[in-house]
Write a protein that binds this ligand. Sequence first.
Ligand code: ATP
Ligand code: MG
Length: 903
Amino acid sequence: MKTAQIRQRFLDHFEANGHTVVPSLPLPFDDPNLLFVVAGMAQFVPYFTGQQTPPYQRATSVQKCIRTPDIDEVGKTTRHATFFQMNGNFSFGDYFKERAIQLAWELSTKAQADGGFGLDGDRIWATVYLDDDEAIDIWHKQIGLPLDRIVRRGMADNYWDMGIPGPAGPCSELYIDRGPDYGKEGGPEVDEDRYMEFWNLVFMQNIRGESTGPNKGDYPIVGELPAKNIDTGMGLERVAALLQGVDNLYEIDETRPILDRAAELTGKRYGEKSGPAAYDSHPDDVRLRVIADHVRTGLMLIGDGVTPANEGRGYVLRRILRRAIRSMRLLGYEDPALPELLPIARDCMAPSYPEVATDFGRISTYAYAEEEAFRHTLRAGTTILDTAVAQTKKAGRTTLAGEKAFELHDTHGFPIELTLEMAAEQGIDVDEDGFRRLMREQQQRAKQDARAKKSGYVDTSVWRSVLERGPSEFTGYQEVMRESTVRAIVGVHGLLSAAGEGDEVELVLDVTPFYAEGGGQQPDLGRITINAAGHEAELEVVDVQAPVPGVIAHKVKVVRGEVRPGDAALALVDVGRRAAVSRSHSATHLLHAALRRTLGDTAAQAGSLNAPGRLRFDFNNPSSVPSSVLTDVEDEINEVLLRDLEVHAFVTNQDEAKRLGAIAMFGEKYGERVRIVEIGDYSRELCGGTHVARSSVIGMVKLLGEASIGAGVRRVEALVGLDAFRYLAREHVLVQQLAGDLKAPAEQLPERIAATLDRLRAAEKELERLRAAAVLSSAAALAGGAEPVGAVRLVTAEAPSGVGAGDLRSLALDVRGRLPNGDPAVVVLAAPGEKGVTFVAAVNEAGQSAALSAGDVIKVFAPALGARGGGKADLAQGAGGDAAKLTEAFAAVRAYVSEHSQR
Ligand code: ATP
Ligand code: MG
């Protein structure tokens, strides 16, 4: 039975039993604690915790899952894939244990002809939680499972919770005995590959309390859930392996074709050297399974919008793709592998996920680009690693130094996993601790550098001591002017008790309207005036940073007077700049929203800059954005400006933000309270920046263009407000000038200019032809002016500058032909040009008989010019050298000829 059919049978079974079919969540999940969805229950959590009321009491789904901890198990066990599908049925306060067990048993054992899976009930085992006698009774008395196939297991295996206080409960798992070929006898406790778990039933009946220790299960059970729930997960691939009669997950219809193609490309015969059990697998076969699994996972991940990156989800994708590619290389295949394998993965998955076929253009662009990048990295790093390993071995050591691993990572982009793997293949360990220490040190340095650049002060302890006096309060959302008190003054050597005229210091106020640079938004600038008993001061704010969260540090120049901690201060933000930066920031949100609407949700923000009058926006996109699309985006943004939408900011909690669908940058750390900025109903983003009050205030947005700034990342730059207007006004003046000069209306300019350029090119060609004709027509005069050197007639002449080698050669041959046949003749012509002199020598037959050679002529002529050249006895040529030495060079030729004419 095909996997797609098993999937459908599952949904049909539960739909027929009153369950609502719910679609899968995409793999990337907007829970900051999780990289990917790991189980079918993910989308139902709010129903289980009681935060939301479920719209149905029973649901069923086939959820796409990725469990990153299982990456290392792939191919080594028979049952762990990175990407897999979890079929689930869920009850929210409706049926419980008894019905859940019945439903699972029925579908598992019902004959295939009747719509079931037809598994042999005599080979099924069940595990239950230690004291769950209720479950044991159902299995034994109702289902008829003999007691020796019901196993009690402890907390670690058979008790489920969410890692936090909330719903929890015992589980019961269904295992199938695959027989003695797959491992030792004795039930799931003894061998989990022979006795393979295929379905887990969770009975949510308890409430767990706060953790009391570091281990799973270190918490008290504080009560019973008022409404009990069911959450089950059946591994679709595992059941497919059982029903398709194959030994493991990687051999089912959704992966085997990839594996076969990989085997074909690498010339391996899959399975030849392995037995059916996991422990009896040949390393080549393990690699082929890894390749098949990872290529499929890569397809599904990119399909769901993940793109390769150096951190977070993108890094998992990168690791998976690179591991597949490297496994192909280790099996001896060195050409690009993904173009061969990915289309097969697409064909395998399209029956259940048609979008991987319709979206294959985008998916493959990312995948193939990643392979190219990796091939580049491999070329650079492999030799270095091999040398280092050889040196390590030669020195009689078995551990590669942490410094080497770090160097490979730092200068060659070699991920540590790769170094570990490649070193292990050559029987060498890596000093991973040393590597991690160097990584930490480098991160520390980078942070300090960044902080030093921003705050002028390296040591954060001083900022922490400032923070102990309380966080700086930011009031800049509501006001641009504020009376406050100087809390601290910091200089390069630490806290100061005063700063005087000419000093540059960092000033911390208890309350400030100044926005510190952050979230891409440039800092506020302005002035702070001090009016204390006995002294006054005028400070210019040149930068504002948050060196540690909670501290707002104003970098100030003391223009006049003196300032001390405790002084009363008046902070005045430069409102012109603030307004311009706010316009850019709001415009950036509109650009982000417009790009997503046009290019899809994968056009997610990767970075931004909001400066007065201009903005920069980086986003993910596999290829360049056509200028016609950019024009549409620009048009849409300007239309939105005119709608005069209200900009509204409010603070809420994460869950509410999620429910509202606010765009958040993945990887950014948001606290439980988040601020949302809405521009009408057009854009909604998590953001801590300052914004305009209404969209029309932005005035105008002009996109300047789009470019690549890295694999899969594009950058758009734009001008905002008056700057956009001035830019367009300047362009207008330019166009008018051109129109005046060309005496044509603006709209005809492109045509006019193209026509003018054509005429210019034609004229240049004609000029060249005329010049060549003129040169050639001088042949008679040159021949007439031949000078006798002994018996030889010698012509030396400088042709007009710029004459090409071809014309010069024709001219030399023409001159040679015009000289009397019987007399030895030598012709040397040279034309100075931009890149040195072009020159030709020709000798007639009589000259050659008299032992004169054009090649020899050039051998004396070229060095005299400082040029190079050569040729045969009748014709030779060369180029280069200095035209100022032509007279000398001609003299050298004359000397050569006279020497030969005397002999
Ligand atoms: P195992 O101990 O075999 O790793 P598990 O206890 O981690 O399984 P659960 O968390 O109970 O599995 O997940 C529910 C079901 O999902 C399992 O019964 C199994 O059929 C399936 N499953 C879990 N992990 C994987 C995986 N990496 N690949 C394929 N199927 C899986
Ligand atoms: Mg597991």
